[in-house]
Design a protein around this ligand. Structure first.
Ligand code: AMP
Ligand code: GLY
Length: 421
């Protein structure tokens, strides 16, 4: 089959790589892809917000299956649009994508279906928000309702910071804001939990611990993710059961009750408090860098899994994993998550010799005249599988040292909770 992948990050390179291994896949297209995907697929420069152009290309090239990597096209309804033309698409439709597109939509579902989550209030004006803030015991969490690439969340330790956060959101820092969300602060350890669904049945799709802060020791600004490890150290059978029973199943029921279904990856961002899961947020896609961390452990043909979801046959497939431990370290451009230079050359990439359990997935890279350039904040993902997290990390550090890219940096303490005991 011919497969198309929308997106240009490390997640999409990892998905492309796994599809490349599939005997079922004859040709791969990436829209627009990166320097990494250009080695295994045809990169197509097309505005992925222009659904019509995309549809025309897909029909012309007779692409059998399209995978949507990032949330934005999903929230904007790309699945509904392409399916109207008979195209098979892996990803949730526009209504189901509200789980990520609107935090208030998700919170209302939590309330109605008794899904454990932080206590919350929704406010449509700054006066009432401020009245509530003044009565609250801090810390509290203030969030914009809409997609804000992980930025529209303020953890506020005092009244002054809270009032300022509410003001910034209502003033449109993350786009026009009709409402804000104020939440109780949950004190626990975070965990990323993934399932895949065809709208009828689900299968677990791994767990991971992300490292969102830019600096070692989990300090500094929030980023898209500086590294991850999988499986999560918090995972037990008992916790997994609680997550499925209390959070995932009622959410999928809620989506059915609205009159639609959930097809695609569902990523639950959880806070585990005293062994009990609380939902912080949903994402309607794989995580990045969690996807790069989890996929190399997959032992089932990914193309078959995606196709089975599009044909409502997921229950006929058994998704299998190896028992190894996986770690991912993200190499970033100096300056990230603030300003960084673009089109900085990355030399030495060809000199790195990878073992079968080691991977380099590209993120913000571009290829020009057979040279690779950094064009984004997060540039390369170094992943290694091993029996022990410590060995996986040693492999990664060795490769990073060999690359010796002076224009970038990475966190040396990824996995510190499972390694530096
Ligand atoms: P979100 O975009 O909703 O995932 O929030 C971004 C980050 O803020 C999360 O990954 C958590 O680290 C933190 N966060 C969000 N909501 C809460 C909460 N209610 N309690 C504690 N931390 C939170
Ligand atoms: N790594 C966090 C995310 O993908 O949202």
């Amino acid at each position: 089959m011919i497969v198309g992948i929308i997106g240009s990050g490390g997640r999409e390179h990892a998905i492309s790589q796994m599809l490349k291994y599939s005997k079922k896949v004859s040709e791969l297209y990436c829209f627009p892809g990166n320097a990494g995907t250009s080695k295994i697929a045809k990169n197509i420069e097309l505005d992925t917000n222009d659904f019509e152009k995309l549809k025309n290309f897909i029909l012309k090239k007779k692409i059998n299956l399209v995978i949507i990597g990032p949330e934005k096209p999903l929230v904007n309804g790309i699945v509904d649009y392409l399916e109207k033309f008979g195209i098979k698409v892996f990803g949730p439709n526009k209504i189901a994508s509200q789980l990520e597109g609107s935090k208030i939509f998700t919170k209302e579902i939590c309330k109605k279906y008794d899904i454990p989550t932080a206590k919350f209030g929704v406010f449509n004006n700054v006066i009432e928000a401020n009245q509530f803030i003044k009565k609250s015991i801090h810390p509290i969490v203030i969030k914009s309702d809409s997609l804000a690439s992980g930025k529209g969340v303020y953890i506020c330790n005092n009244e002054k910071d809270s009032i300022n956060a509410a003001k910034e959101i209502f003033n449109g820092k993350f786009g026009p804001a009709k409402n804000i969300l104020i939440e109780e602060f949950l004190n626990g350890e975070e965990m990323s939990f993934f399932i895949i669904s065809d709208g009828i049945s689900i299968q677990n799709f791994g767990t991971a611990q992300d490292h969102k802060r830019v600096l070692e020791g989990d300090k500094g600004k929030n980023t898209g993710g500086m590294g991850a490890y999988s499986p999560s150290r918090l995972l037990t059978n008992q916790l997994e059961e609680k997550i499925i029973k209390r959070i995932i199943n009622p959410t999928l029921k809620a989506i059915k009750d609205i009159g639609t279904h959930y097809k695609g990856f569902l990523y639950a961002g959880l806070m585990i408090v005293d062994n009990d899961p609380y939902l912080i947020e949903y994402n309607v896609r794989m995580g990045d860098p969690e996807c790069q961390t989890i996929l190399p452990m997959l032992q089932t043909d990914l193309a078959e899994i995606f196709m089975s979801c599009c044909e409502n046959k997921l229950s006929e497939i058994q998704v299998k994993w190896n028992n190894k431990k996986s770690l991912c370290v993200v190499l970033c451009s100096n300056g990230y998550p603030d300003r960084f230079d673009k089109y900085v050359e990355i030399e030495n990439l060809d000199k790195i010799k990878l073992n079968p359990d080691d991977f380099i997935f590209h993120a913000g890279t571009d290829k020009k005249n057979s040279k690779v350039f950094a064009v984004g904040g997060r540039v390369l993902n170094f992943v290694s599988l091993s029996e022990e997290f410590a060995d996986a990390k040693k492999n990664i550090i060795k490769h990073l040292k060999n690359l010796n890219w002076s224009k970038g940096f990475f966190r040396k303490d990824i996995g510190h909770k499972v390694i530096d005991k």
